[in-house]
Design a protein around this ligand. Structure first.
Ligand code: GDG
Length: 510
């Protein structure tokens, strides 16, 4: 069976120095890690990424942290300057805003592109050092779009049978993408992969449109499942693979006594009120100010909501080193102050605002205990919060108000109330509709969404991607021995669901 090499900006844990020779290991949480780690653990392989410390990587703590992982961990070192220009710079001041259609937020500083290429080259070197021709390489996300180009320039890159990529964020339409000074170079680099996976149909459409407009030599051959692009004597497959969540782990978590008690406590804190939940990383793409304005408009336009609804807005600190994120937080603080100042009474505070990350059980209790989830990103690759909310509604109750620009809208539209996050009046009316929705309709809608989220879960996502990649690898091996071809087709094995994690889920000192 071929080896799987996963490459992502971060490793599935972070090392942090707490004093001389004392290091803590904090496991990363989230969909990507919980989906991919079981696969690597089951069949072995390698994870390449940055361990979260700038400068030299401490070898001994790293070895201790990963000795029971069941797969090999290859760290990539980044200096402070590279971190600033590659991660905060090109990745998060150019690609992130542009790909979320927010071109005014971009800082097209030319030095950032050089740093991006340099760091992508470093990741390619790490792959080159450990990859063999039959290995299945799976690169993740917008930080590493140049890796295949860098690898193809090395001799090992030309021999690899499956060089694949998944983009977790949206791909923008041509009118927006064309603002990027490196538009041609970046598309050319992406076409050095053999398989390109996107979250949603709209992203595939946008990507194909950009290739058609920017790379005139590329031939696009529409197909029913994976699109085919012929470019420079190679064939590239392009498809959408909507990422899912570990449904069972959310559902079982929501059933636990601890979550039930916390949800109950939450409910009794706000008697007679419907609870509306917003929970996001601090990010301008998540539409938090627009959501707060919509809530304010709802209170202005629909007096029946006053004293009867509470918006619980959780904002998880993120990328606070970037000045724009800091200004953005101040905007949120002001809006919360304005709403509470205008509408609160001696017994009712309309917005409960938390600027911190909730513990997992608390988050699940909020999903379980809130009547309405208000998920309104301006644009989002997928949005896992929407799916996690559905998975935790074990009573098949609750209303999801969802932005039409979240990738999740393509799957959840049969049950969600879809809104345009730029239209605060429409969102305000959706709050009223959700508030008034009868039990039967809430339940029918929630059941529809739960069916989809349960079926198209994170393991289904990994399997579909690896299966598509394995087919490509086997095609590229036509003419070589039968054994190598069937090994490629076996690259995926149904991943199933594994709860025991090799890296302890708690912080550890090594
Ligand atoms: C990127 C793409 C795509 C939220 N509040 C708390 C908390 N969370 C967790 C949720 C969820 C995660 O954060 C957020 O995931 P999203 O999908 O919403 O957003 P991004 O971080 O922007 O992720 C996105 C995703 O990649 C996967 O491909 O869906 O479109 O932008 O898992 O549970 N976690 C804790 N406390 C909180 O208060 N512990």
């Amino acid at each position: 069976m071929n080896r799987l090499i996963v490459v992502s900006n971060r490793l599935p844990f972070a090392l942090d120095s707490t004093g001389e020779d004392l290091w803590t290991v904090t496991p990363a949480v989230g969909g990507l890690v919980s989906a991919i780690e079981p696969v690597l653990r089951e069949r072995g392989g390698t994870w390449i990424g940055w361990p979260g410390v700038a400068g030299e990587i401490p070898q001994e703590p790293l070895a201790k942290a990963t000795r029971n992982a069941g797969y090999k961990v290859v760290p990539v070192a980044l200096s402070e300057t590279e971190r600033a220009e590659f991660y905060y710079g090109y990745s998060n001041e150019v690609i992130w805003p542009l790909f979320h259609d927010l071109q005014n937020f971009c800082n097209f500083e030319p030095a950032y592109w050089q740093a991006y290429k340099q760091v992508n080259n470093r990741y390619a070197d790490a792959i080159g050092r450990c990859a063999q021709p039959d290995d299945f390489i799976w690169v993740h996300d917008y930080h590493l779009m140049y890796v295949a180009q860098a690898l193809r320039e090395q001799s090992v890159g030309r021999k690899l049978s499956a060089l694949t990529f998944f983009l977790h964020i949206p791909f923008p339409p041509y009118d927006i993408f064309s603002k990027l000074p490196q538009q041609q170079l970046l598309l050319h680099a992406l076409l050095q992969f053999d398989l390109l996976g996107f979250q949603a149909r709209r992203d595939v459409r946008n990507f194909i449109q950009c290739v058609r407009r920017v790379l005139l030599d590329a031939k696009i051959l529409p197909r029913r499942d994976l699109q085919l692009i012929r470019f420079e004597d190679r064939e590239i497959r392009v498809g959408y693979f909507p990422i899912g969540i570990d449904f069972d782990s959310f559902e079982n978590g929501a059933r636990s006594d601890s979550v039930e008690q916390r949800a109950q406590r939450l409910r009794v804190t706000f008697p007679g009120c419907q609870l509306i939940l917003g929970s996001d990383r601090l990010d301008y793409s998540k539409g938090i100010p627009e959501r707060l304005r919509a809530f304010r408009t709802a209170l202005e336009r629909h007096p029946e909501l006053r004293g009867r609804v509470v918006l619980i807005q959780v904002v998880v600190p993120s990328r606070v080193e970037i000045p724009r994120y800091h200004e953005f937080k101040q905007r949120i603080d002001r809006l919360v102050g304005d709403i509470n100042g205008r509408f609160s009474t001696s017994t009712w505070l309309p917005v409960q605002y938390h600027f911190r990350s909730l513990e997992r059980d608390d988050l699940l209790a909020h999903y379980r205990g809130c009547d309405i989830a208000f998920v309104t990103p301006l644009k989002d690759g997928m949005n896992l919060v929407a799916k996690e909310y559905c998975a935790c509604r074990i009573d098949s109750d609750g209303v999801l108000i969802l932005s039409q620009f979240a990738g999740a809208a393509e799957q959840l539209k049969p049950g969600a109330l879809l809104v345009n996050p730029y239209d605060v009046e429409e969102m305000a009316d959706a709050i009223l509709e959700a508030f008034r929705m009868n039990q039967a309709e809430r339940s029918t809608r929630m059941k529809r969404m739960r069916r989809i989220v349960r079926k198209e879960n994170v393991f289904w996502w990994v399997d579909s991607f690896l299966r598509a990649g394995a087919k490509i690898a086997s095609r590229s091996l036509r003419g070589v021995g039968k054994r190598r071809r069937s090994a490629a087709l076996n690259t995926f094995r149904k991943t199933g669901q594994h709860q025991d994690r090799p890296l302890d889920t708690k912080k550890a000192i090594v």
